[in-house]
Write a protein that binds this ligand. Structure first.
Ligand SMILES: Nc1ncnc2c1ncn2[C@@H]1O[C@H](COP(=O)(O)OP(=O)(O)OP(=O)(O)O)[C@@H](O)[C@H]1O
Ligand SMILES: O=P(O)(O)OC[C@H]1O[C@H](OP(=O)(O)OP(=O)(O)O)[C@H](O)[C@@H]1O
Ligand SMILES: O=C(O)c1cccnc1
Length: 483
């Protein structure tokens, strides 16, 4: 068995070396605010899906340094002072975390998670929080794209574990696939952790282990009458696989056992041609409800192409390209200082860069989403200071955050605050919903956006604006830094 992970050490060493200096300089109790956000959507897409909060909560709740951790740090890093190591012995998260709910749709620049706590705590938790959120949000976004390409009537199963970057990425990747809309996973470990039951079909090896394909199908049917998805392409899909499947379905039907879901999986060849032919053969044989499922290096683009070609596929199994987020190797979420305590008050901070996309939004902020009252569809998001109040009874003019001449006035809207309290004064105040509910929440969130923001290729850019007050603070800070 794998040794228990030590997530308290899952941090970059520089978090400890700078924290040591904060400690020695007397910055220990200085409050700071950090925001987690992305700068661009993955896959050249128009949106991203937030996932990983449940694991962030577990991580924060379990964050303690044990005596053997302290001994290890002392031995390997003599520059860490005894005072700081004593501080680590007593370390526990004492601050505040606000975050979006998992399954929520989010966009570049807006905070998805906000930490307010003392500087040392905030630094030590940065790396693990980013690792968790960057991974799961990336995979959830990929899965959401794949599931939307497959459409409402063809469910998608995650088959990715064997191709994941290790078993841990496979486990949390499976979770993220379900958040993104997959109906399930082949990963059995996921069912031990969450409210999901692993699902699957059959392997080529199983068919090959018998003297004939028919014998293999019959043997499988005997023990799996309720979920009888036979792998049709081991030898000759049209010439033997589908014909043998029909034979076995007939035998099962005659025995009164064909009551659950049944069908085939295609795993090679031209999936459109083969699925159309298979559909004809099944319908002719009276198996109109046979499911034709497909796998083989699928992604959102191949799946939408298959649908355009008229493929008759009722279920997709997707592995490699979903679990490894093919197309974007990392989400690129960052954790940036937005404010720091000075003379007892939070003072906004800005990170300046020649690249406008890298200039941060300063201050202690929140994120609002405006919905049209008539359609209930999202109109735009607004990043404001935390204490700003928006009057939703009056028209509101919003500006493009960089190209400020682009503006529009919205009215007849209602507002949702996207960042919810997760930890207050170090105490957890939020319970994660069940995985099935998070998946459902994502489906509902998707339905509140116009399709132009969600489409796979060349999506329109959704409006994320900053409030006038925030804009002014940013302008003043930029001017003072430039001076
Ligand atoms: N009709 C189709 N339109 C677009 N892409 C397809 C179609 N049918 C299959 N594909 C995709 O083409 C890619 C290659 O398929 P190919 O036919 O080369 O696989 P194969 O050689 O039959 O299978 P394998 O190598 O796994 O045994 C796969 O990603 C598959 O999903
Ligand atoms: O194609 P993916 O999206 O990654 O889906 C998972 C794949 O895993 C299995 O293949 P296996 O490992 O047996 O190898 P194969 O590629 O030869 O089918 C299965 O038959 C799928 O093809
Ligand atoms: O159940 C299946 O068909 C399956 C599971 C993992 C990978 N490929 C296929």
């Amino acid at each position: 068995m794998e040794e228990q992970r030590k997530l308290q050490l899952a941090t970059d060493f520089y978090q400890l070396s700078v924290s040591n200096v904060y400690f020695e300089k007397g910055f220990k109790d200085r409050k700071a605010v950090f925001d987690v956000f992305i700068r661009r959507n993955p896959f050249e897409g128009g949106y991203s899906v937030f996932a990983g909060l449940e694991q962030v909560i577990e991580y924060i709740n379990n964050l303690r340094f044990e005596e053997d951790d302290i001994a290890l740090l002392k031995e390997n890093h003599p520059e860490l002072t005894d005072g700081f190591l004593d501080y680590l012995r007593e370390f526990k998260f004492s601050g505040e975390i606000y975050a979006m709910e998992e399954g929520e749709i989010f966009f570049p620049t807006e905070p998805v998670l906000r930490v307010k706590t003392n500087l040392i705590e905030a630094q030590i938790i940065e790396t693990a929080i980013l690792a968790i959120i960057n991974h799961q949000s990336l995979i959830a976004t990929k899965a959401s794209r794949i599931v939307s390409a497959a459409g409402t009537y063809a469910p998608v199963l995650d088959f990715g574990l064997r191709r994941a970057h290790g078993t841990e990425a496979g486990l949390y990747g499976s979770r993220a696939c379900i958040i993104g809309g997959c109906v399930g996973t082949s990963n059995v470990e996921a069912e031990y952790k969450w409210d999901t039951v692993s699902k699957g079909t059959i392997s080529h090896a199983f068919i090959m282990a018998f003297d004939s394909e028919l014998e293999a199908f019959r043997a499988y049917a005997k023990y799996n009458p309720d979920n009888l998805i036979l792998l049709a392409d081991t030898y000759d899909t049209l010439g033997s696989g589908i014909k043998n499947a029909i034979k076995v379905f007939n035998e099962e039907r005659e025995a009164g056992r064909l009551k659950g879901s049944y069908g085939i999986r295609l795993d090679s060849g031209d999936l459109t041609y083969l699925s159309v032919k298979a559909r004809e053969m099944f319908d002719e044989a009276g198996f109109e409800s046979a499911v034709i499922s497909a796998s083989n290096d699928l992604d959102e683009f191949i799946i939408s192409d298959l649908r355009n070609q008229g493929a008759k596929i009722g279920m997709y199994g997707v592995g490699t390209k979903m679990i490894t987020a093919d197309g974007t190797s990392a989400l690129g979420g960052v954790y940036k200082l937005a404010a720091i305590e000075r003379d007892g008050k939070l003072s906004p901070k800005i990170k300046v860069s020649n690249d406008p996309i890298k200039i941060t939004n300063p201050g202690y902020k929140k994120v609002l989403r405006f919905y049209d009252n008539l359609t209930n569809v999202a109109i735009a998001d607004l990043i404001t200071l935390n204490d700003e109040v928006i009057d939703d009874t009056k028209p509101l003019t919003i500006y493009h955050p960089v190209h400020t001449w682009k503006k529009r006035t919205i009215e007849n809207f209602h507002v949702k605050e996207l960042l919810k309290p997760i930890f207050v004064d170090g105490k957890q105040v939020y319970n994660s919903p069940k995985l099935s509910e998070i998946r459902e929440n994502h489906m509902v969130a998707r339905s509140t956006f116009w399709p132009e923001f969600l489409r796979l290729i060349n999506p329109s850019e959704y409006h994320v604006d900053v409030s006038d007050k925030l804009f002014d603070i940013k302008k003043d800070l930029l001017a003072s830094v430039q001076k």
